[in-house]
Design a protein around this ligand. Structure first.
Ligand code: EPS
Length: 388
């Protein structure tokens, strides 16, 4: 992996696979039942106001225990800023964030420490590394996403200040229940991030039944960013949609990512899919705001499908680490629908990818004279101070 931020090279060499981004590089560390999870954000521009309490709102949106439909583990998720901030402003040096784990209950994992949950990373981690931390799934736990959301707070703030960009997400579908409409104000009124008031009671009833059955369910999360200027993304291997897909796919339990119309393009014709252009803008957004891997100036829209999680009370057949056939049941505090809490995580990953691409775009193209034509709705890639 190529990382251009000088301070990240050591991390990449030591902790392969735990760093993402190039100009804005994030390295996360920690396990669910270790002392803490944390991250190092390298390449963040200086001068951005940042205080520990700035992380609270998004961390609470992602937190366990906000509703009976998610894990009941109770973490305070307090962020400690260890470096990179002085007198309330980022300094341009690596920002280190630490969140201590305070409510791990490792005894829950005693019964399955030597058994592979079918459908879980238990099996692959064991076979790959030969030694693993089974408590809470160790490094494969969704607990790691806490610090991605924290890093995403900084990326969101940078994008907001530079471009006025807002990144927002919702839960589009749970099992067979799909929200047909989107009321963004309603999304934030419940911990389920559901965008449609009329079908919320049906969703609650479905989730209650699911919990009683001891099973889990898959979900579809939608995330979008707007305004996004034309020009973010690089040819071929640095495509905006490619990097978004990789970032969203890196979230626990994600099995598929769509950009724009996604899989539905299979049944479309060119005359239907193309987004016609006039001075007033694009007539539609089938592309999801990305053309040729480069942002078109339209909202960037992505969806990700999350599998039903494997930590369930329904007994299943598996092997233990000695190769013996055994039955496995997972007790403890788990998410029957991990898609619910994935909404702020998807927002964070989209914000981090866009912020990274914005910094890369400015590094290469700051002197490019816009050849036009310019759509009336376009957002410049630099703020007015940079342009003067
Ligand atoms: C998780 C299992 C549960 C969740 C956890 C993710 O935790 P535990 O390891 O205590 O069983 O509560 O989520 C969090 C702790 C969190 O903060 O998101 C899993 O298997 O991924």
């Amino acid at each position: 992996m190529h990382v251009s931020s000088a301070n990240s090279v050591a991390w990449v060499l030591i902790m392969a696979g735990n760093t993402f981004g190039q100009s804005l590089a994030v390295t996360t560390f920690g396990e669910s039942h270790g002392p803490a999870v944390g991250c190092v954000i390298d390449g963040c521009p200086p001068g951005i106001p940042l205080a520990p309490e700035d992380f609270d709102a998004d961390l609470q949106r992602r937190a366990t225990g906000r509703t009976r439909h998610t894990s009941q583990r109770r973490e305070s998720d307090q962020v400690e800023i260890l470096s990179g901030v002085y007198q309330g402003l980022t300094t341009g040096t690596p920002i280190s964030l630490l969140i201590r784990n305070t409510d791990a209950r490792s005894r829950d994992y005693g019964a399955i420490a030597e058994r592979f949950r079918p459908g879980h990373a238990d099996f692959t981690y064991w076979r790959k590394y030969g030694h693993r931390d089974p408590r809470g799934g160790g490094r494969s736990s969704a607990r790691e996403t806490t610090v991605r959301v924290a890093a995403g707070v900084i990326a969101k703030r940078f994008l907001q200040r530079q471009l006025g960009t807002v990144v927002r997400g919702c839960l589009r579908q749970v099992g067979p229940l799909r929200a047909a409409s989107t009321d963004w104000e309603f999304v934030e009124t419940t911990p389920l991030f559901w965008p449609e008031a009329s079908s919320l009671p049906q969703l609650e009833a479905f989730l209650d039944g699911l919990r009683k059955s001891g099973d889990s369910i898959g979900a579809l999360v939608e995330v979008e960013a707007a305004p996004v200027p034309v020009g973010l993304g690089e040819p071929i291997y640095g495509k905006l949609d490619g990097e978004l897909a990789a970032a969203l796919m890196s979230i626990n339990a994600v099995k598929a990512v769509e950009i724009g119309d996604g899989m539905a393009v299979v049944e479309q014709r060119g005359s239907e899919h193309r987004d016609e252009i006039s001075r007033a803008g694009f007539a539609s957004n089938h592309s999801g705001g990305v053309l040729g891997g480069i942002s078109s100036g339209q909202p960037v829209v992505a969806r990700m499908a999350l599998k039903p999680t494997s930590s369930i009370l329904v007994p299943g057949n598996t092997l233990d680490v000695h190769g013996e056939a055994v039955e496995v049941v997972t007790k403890g505090r788990h998410d029957p629908c991990v898609g619910i809490r994935a909404v702020p995580i998807a927002e964070a990953m989209m914000a981090l990818v866009l912020a990274d691409q914005l910094l890369r775009h400015r590094a290469q193209n700051a002197d490019v004279v816009d050849p036009g034509p310019v759509l009336e709705s376009e957002t410049p890639t630099r703020d007015s101070k940079d342009q003067s």
